[in-house]
Design a protein around this ligand. Structure first.
Ligand code: GCV
Length: 657
């Protein structure tokens, strides 16, 4: 008997899989052919829908069976995730040669709803563009005294860990896996990349807890990965060194990894943050990051595992007086010389921008500069710098811009992410999963873009709205989500300069919060101008890390796109943008506009009372109050700061403090 569809605890939001989303399938006659764990999951989905809506499901019927509206047929066992979909002769047929493909095919039919059973459609082949579509959870097992249970988590506690151990009841984890499968995600790293001592033990004596979580995710085609400490041989194995070229270290990793696979046969592999923000790494031994990554790759290789090695390596103890060190340069400077040295099962995981998940950054020049290395691109669904899931900020357009960016004028980032697309997860044990109910759109959009990086994000948004809310409030929801990233950008740090957030927790404005800090995140505003000169001619040289045409485009303020101007150049307040406005007037205008746009969005949301279920609506109202308060604070602090620095009044004479 297949496991039933996971039951959601009382009050937990069904997100994009409400029962109604299955109505079209549940009223039909379905035949399922094939066997295996994921086919069982597909069967359970259809069976539950039929029980609710009156349809019928038959498994593996022989000849002479009655006619079916939907046939889901597994025709092989090759493990691929692709499926074909055809509608002919009044029947809808999904075929796949791997179990996961069959499950994805079913969710495709669910997404289409009635359309899946109407008219005729020639055969379509659906195949994920990226093999790995992964979420990294920055979850701590034990509550961290500063970072809490989930580092940069804005959706309650961890879905996996509670009271210092894996949750005993993993039904919600199963439900999470189901949601993720329905948008195409197939891998999850279950713990923080900052590996503290408690979490380090997950690799060895506590691997059983990881295995239990893996067991809950497996029926939905999701492989489990683990963040590990580079110093594990010392911390856990009692060795005097973690030197990647030391034979005893290599043997330790081989042994530890063999034991992991005894417990989790389909274990995905390790995620490593090394020599970064205080985490241990190969630099301590005078070794390169390729040496470090290859050590773990060798341990994983016999089992088909992968090491995801993060490229987020920079000096976080910089002297702010030193104008030559540029954090934006760091990943490229460290890793490009290592191109070609990484093992084939080592993936270099690169943040999409050169800094750190700001509301606007150029695409990291590292992507495209390492043709002989498997790269994964990392984005942040968790809204650390984009409103912390209190503000509505739908990131689909930003991610889509990144994925469609042509690094050399031709090759798209989405095609270069051979190691996959990874997001820092924004989900937690909050009843709405993501804190703000509208932040679910980010999780869903991430999965769909990972499947098809060239997908139109607006289409994905429509899909999410339709599945989650039905058709009623679609126009209003589109209105509040669609431009929300640009709105957020308008009232926060201007023109790509980044940060200006309160130190530590990163919520709310503090223009100089990081200006005299060691973190390398400066804006250099003075009485004459603002921005970071990263040109090759007079600045840090970062612009020269790009291939043509971008190195030329970014090199000069005349050609640099307005939205990136202060990332690449220090310009005077009266510098005229391509838009025709001066920098200072742009700052004033966008900050007033941004707040007005939040006011309008809030009105739209309020007007949806009665169309959206009361619990979601009430949570959204509460969050909009906070977003508006915070946006006003941003507006007033930024505008006042730049007015005081520049002495230039607002051309429209609006209130600046
Ligand atoms: C997990 C930023 C965040 C850190 C995070 C780090 C990373 O610096 O503020 O909390 O650490 O990125 O990506 O490793």
């Amino acid at each position: 008997m297949p496991l039933p569809v996971p039951a959601l605890p009382e009050g937990v939001d069904p997100a994009w899989l409400p029962p109604d989303a299955f109505r079209a399938v549940g009223t039909r006659r379905t035949l399922i052919r094939g066997s295996g764990l994921l086919v069982d999951s597909a069967h359970a989905e259809v069976a539950e829908a039929c029980a609710r809506f009156g349809g019928r499901v038959v498994r593996d019927a022989g000849p002479g069976a009655p006619p079916y509206d939907l046939v889901l047929e597994l025709r092989g066992t090759d493990g691929t995730e692709a499926f074909t979909y055809v509608r002919e002769g009044g029947r809808t047929t999904v075929t796949a040669s791997g179990q996961a493909g069959l499950l994805y095919g079913l969710f495709h039919v669910v997404r289409l709803g009635e359309d899946a059973f109407t008219g005729e459609r020639p055969q379509e082949e659906h195949r994920p563009a990226l093999a790995l579509r992964m979420l990294d959870h920055w979850d701590n097992v034990a509550v961290h005294p500063v970072m809490g249970q989930v580092e940069r988590g804005y959706a309650g506690g961890s879905l996996f860990w509670q009271d210092g151990r894996a949750r005993g009841d993993l039904e919600r984890v199963r439900a999470y896996g189901r949601l993720l499968a329905a948008c195409g995600i197939n891998a999850v790293a279950v713990n923080n990349v900052n590996v503290h001592d408690t979490e380090a033990h997950l690799l060895t004596d506590r691997i059983g807890e990881v295995a239990a979580i893996a067991g809950a995710l497996r029926p939905y085609g999701i492989r489990t990965h683990l963040s590990v400490s580079f110093a594990a041989p010392m911390v856990l194995g009692g060795l005097p060194t973690a030197d990647p070229l030391d034979a005893s270290v290599r043997a330790w990793w081989a042994g530890a990894t063999a034991r992991v696979y005894e417990d989790i046969e389909d274990f995905g592999g390790y995620v490593v943050k090394a020599d970064s923000e205080g985490q241990p790494g190969p630099f301590a031994y005078g070794r390169s990051h390729a040496d470090g990554a290859n050590l773990l790759a060798a341990a994983l290789e016999p089992y088909g595992g992968t090491v995801h090695w993060r490229a987020f390596v920079y000096d976080h103890r910089q002297d702010w007086r030193d104008r030559t060190t540029d954090r934006a340069r760091a990943a490229y400077d460290h890793f490009v010389p290592l191109d070609g040295e990484f093992a084939s099962n080592a993936v270099l995981q690169v943040k999409h921008g050169p800094m750190d998940f700001q509301v606007r950054e150029p695409v990291s020049p590292l992507i495209g500069a390492m043709p002989r290395t498997r790269l994964a691109v990392e984005v942040q669904a968790s809204q650390e710098y984009t409103g912390q899931q209190r503000h509505v900020c739908w990131l689909g357009p930003m991610w889509s811009e990144v994925l469609r960016f042509r690094v050399d004028g031709e090759t798209e980032v989405g095609s270069l992410a051979r190691g996959g697309l990874v997001a820092v997860s924004n989900a937690g044990d909050d009843p709405f999963w993501t804190g703000h109910p509208l932040a679910q759109a980010n999780l869903y959009t991430f999965g769909r873009l990972a499947w098809r990086p060239d997908a139109d994000p607006d289409g994905v948004l429509d899909e999410w709205i339709r599945l989650t809310f039905g058709t009623g409030p679609a126009t209003g929801l589109r209105a509040v989500l669609d431009g929300s990233w640009r709105t957020y950008e308008k009232y926060t740090a201007p023109l790509g300069v980044g940060f200006m957030v309160q130190p530590g927790h990163h919520y709310g404005p503090s223009v100089d919060g990081y200006e005299y800090s060691p973190w390398g995140t400066y804006h250099f505003a003075d009485r004459d101008g603002v921005g970071v000169d990263r040109s090759a001619a007079t600045g840090t040289g970062f612009a020269a890390q790009y291939a043509k045409p971008w190195c030329e485009v970014y090199e000069s303020p005349d050609t640099c796109p307005d939205e990136q101007l202060l990332f690449f150049h220090h310009v005077s307040y009266d510098h005229v943008l391509h838009s025709g406005k001066t920098v200072i007037q742009h700052i004033y205008d966008t900050h007033f506009e941004g707040v007005e746009e939040v006011e309008e969005a809030r009105e739209v949301w309020v007007s949806l009372a009665g169309v959206i279920d009361p619990a979601r609506h009430a949570r959204g109202v509460e969050r909009y109050e906070e977003q508006l308060r915070s946006a006003r604070e941003w507006r007033d602090q930024i505008n006042s700061y730049f007015f005081r620095k520049s002495g230039v009044p607002d051309a429209q004479g609006r209130r600046i403090y």
